[in-house]
Write a protein that binds this ligand. Structure first.
Ligand SMILES: CC(C)(COP(=O)(O)OP(=O)(O)OC[C@H]1O[C@@H](n2cnc3c(N)ncnc32)[C@H](O)[C@@H]1OP(=O)(O)O)[C@@H](O)C(=O)NCCC(=O)NCCS
Length: 209
């Protein structure tokens, strides 16, 4: 989908909607409005709530063909992605103009790369991943679908992050480590060992919490 030719809706009008809307605006997308089951929420950067999730089929029938999911909860974001795909929406990649993305990286549908994030050569970013403000995903990292790399987190080279995991703000994962799916890395952690699926670790060096 080329920016400017199509209209896009933003799903969710909470905090994360701010950088999502701003990134869409800076990359020339036309925002039709936001969709949120709490229709009393305030407009986001001048864009109003135009209905709840029950309006998704009607909006698609009205010709809106793109959706950006502004929901931080990883499993919820993935489930909504499936629902939107089933309704015929496309899920464009969002990349803030200040993000540095290697031409040798691969980025899957619906992934969001926010301001000043870096994605290195041969890194692979899965569908609906959230690479938040200032995060660094270095060379040959793999971030599986729906994972969230929070602001300022650093993945050194060849790290693998499992699906739906949260890598907390300002944490560092040293090269080559594998973090299983559905894991949580606490803010500020230094991850020096592999982390099991579903585990929650934090501290320097990171240990189970
Ligand atoms: C790790 C985390 C998930 C724990 O949250 P929680 O379930 O609410 O847990 P609590 O705050 O009750 O803390 C539980 C224990 O973990 C410790 N802990 C919490 N956060 C920690 C951190 N970042 N580093 C080290 N220890 C931490 C607490 O001190 C507490 O220890 P205690 O049992 O000895 O008192 C949360 O603190 C965190 O770091 N989340 C990541 C946030 C983030 O980066 N979000 C991105 C948003 S864009």
């Amino acid at each position: 989908m080329r920016a400017g030719e199509h209209q896009i809706i933003v799903i969710g009008a909470g905090g994360h909607a701010r950088p999502v809307v701003e990134t869409l605006l800076l990359t020339g997308h036309r925002i039709a409005g936001l969709v949120d089951d709490d229709t009393s929420r305030a407009p986001v950067l001048g864009h109003a709530i135009i209905g709840g999730l029950d309006q998704l089929p009607r909006l698609r029938a009205a010709g809106i063909d793109g959706a950006a999911i502004a929901i931080g909860h990883n499993a919820t974001r993935l489930a909504l992605g499936d629902r939107l795909r089933g309704l015929g929406y496309t899920l464009p990649i969002l990349a803030h103009p200040t993000a540095v993305i290697s031409p040798h990286a691969s980025i899957a549908e619906g992934a969001q790369i926010l301001a000043r994030a870096v994605v290195g050569p041969e890194a692979r970013i899965g569908r609906l991943c959230l690479i938040n403000t200032g995060a660094i995903i270095d060379h040959e990292c793999t971030v599986d679908e729906g994972a969230h790399i929070a602001p300022g987190a650093i993945l050194c080279g060849q790290v693998r992050i499992g699906a739906r995991s949260l890598v907390g703000a300002g944490s560092t994962t040293i090269a080559g480590r594998h973090i299983g799916p559905d894991a949580t890395i606490a803010a500020g952690a230094a991850v020096t060992t592999d982390v099991a699926a579903g585990a929650r670790v934090g501290g320097v060096p990171a240990r189970g919490l």
